[in-house]
Design a protein around this ligand. Structure first.
Ligand code: ADP
Ligand code: MG
Length: 286
């Protein structure tokens, strides 16, 4: 059996008679980057909120290193410090400086000394490129900068896992790139397990495991390549695929013998060169 950090088993959640999540099963391996995509309203946020006990599941179990977190003996604040959460917005205290935003959790929850909290915060603010802004207030920052501060603040608490609910939804393309780069770097350098909900397909290309939700259920799981090989199915679910994947798919439909599940422009170019070198003529006049 492979080791898992988080395991969701038969999870269900209803609000009154409205069943939002149905029989959700999945597991997350330590140090993996796991992404969840799915149409709006499919239950992604509710699932993440259950995983952080911001919502109480109606049925099923969530296990963190084998322990059911709904067990009444579980110390919830401690669990939350191990599994940090970043939302679309509202992650920072507007009346506190950048630095204070990154030390307050360490001091209040982890009871760290001011000096240690400061040292940790500076280390991660440095990593996310926000050290020059320690005295700024959140309203002086761009959306991408705010999210990088939020991530630094969470990671300074040394969580094992960081869970993010569309953290880049409000950001411009550059801000999105910065935030994603920071996440991948923290994942690689600090071994933080990452669980990311996003609706930007370019954010889920370079990851370990991808889950697709629809109408409260997990309907697909696999590597990005496995998932994006199934363009028709994703379209039925009203989901985008990466632009190059779509382009390759359209060319395949026109008879160009490209492989399935192309994810990057480099792969796409390589494939085009390969089919040309193998004698395929794009005008179909071999
Ligand atoms: P997603 O994040 O995939 O867009 P959500 O988890 O936010 O989906 O919402 C899934 C469904 O649950 C929606 O139909 C939404 O209206 C409903 N829902 C979410 N939170 C509540 C709540 N607190 N009370 C009632 N219904 C809710
Ligand atoms: Mg949501």
């Amino acid at each position: 059996m492979s080791e898992t950090i988080l395991e969701v088993q038969h999870l269900g959640k209803s609000f009154g008679t409205h069943e939002i999540l149905r029989d959700i099963d999945f597991s997350v391996k330590p140090k993996d980057v796991t992404c969840i995509i799915g149409p709006s309203g499919s239950g992604k946020s509710t699932l993440l909120r259950c995983m952080n006990l911001l919502e109480t599941p109606s049925s099923g179990e969530i296990r963190y290193h084998g322990t059911n977190i709904m067990d009444k003996h579980v110390n919830v604040p401690k669990y939350r410090s191990k599994v940090g959460m970043v939302f679309q917005n509202f992650n920072l205290f507007n009346n506190m400086t950048v630095l204070k935003n990154c030390t307050v959790g360490q001091e209040k929850v982890l009871k760290k000394s001011k000096e240690e909290a400061h040292k940790n915060a500076m280390m991660y603010l440095e990593k996310v490129g926000m050290a020059p802004y320690i005295n700024a207030k959140p309203k002086q920052l761009s959306g991408g900068q705010k999210q990088r501060v939020a991530i630094a603040g969470i990671v300074a608490m040394k969580p094992k896992c960081i869970v993010l609910d569309e953290p880049t939804a409000m950001l411009d393309p550059l801000g999105r790139k910065d935030v994603l780069n920071v996440l991948h770097e923290l994942n690689r350098q600090e071994n933080v397990t990452v669980i990311l909900i996003t609706h930007y397909m370019e954010e889920v290309i370079d990851i370990d495991k991808l889950y697709v939700m629809d109408d409260g259920k997990l309907v697909m799981s696999g590597t990005p390549r496995e998932i994006f090989s199934q363009v028709e199915k994703l379209k039925e679910l009203r989901l985008d695929v990466p632009h190059v994947t779509e382009l390759a798919y359209e060319l395949q439909k026109e008879g160009v013998p490209l492989k399935n599940g192309i994810l990057t422009s480099e792969e796409f170019t390589e494939e085009l060169i390969r089919v040309r070198n193998e004698g395929f003529n794009v005008n179909n006049s071999r």
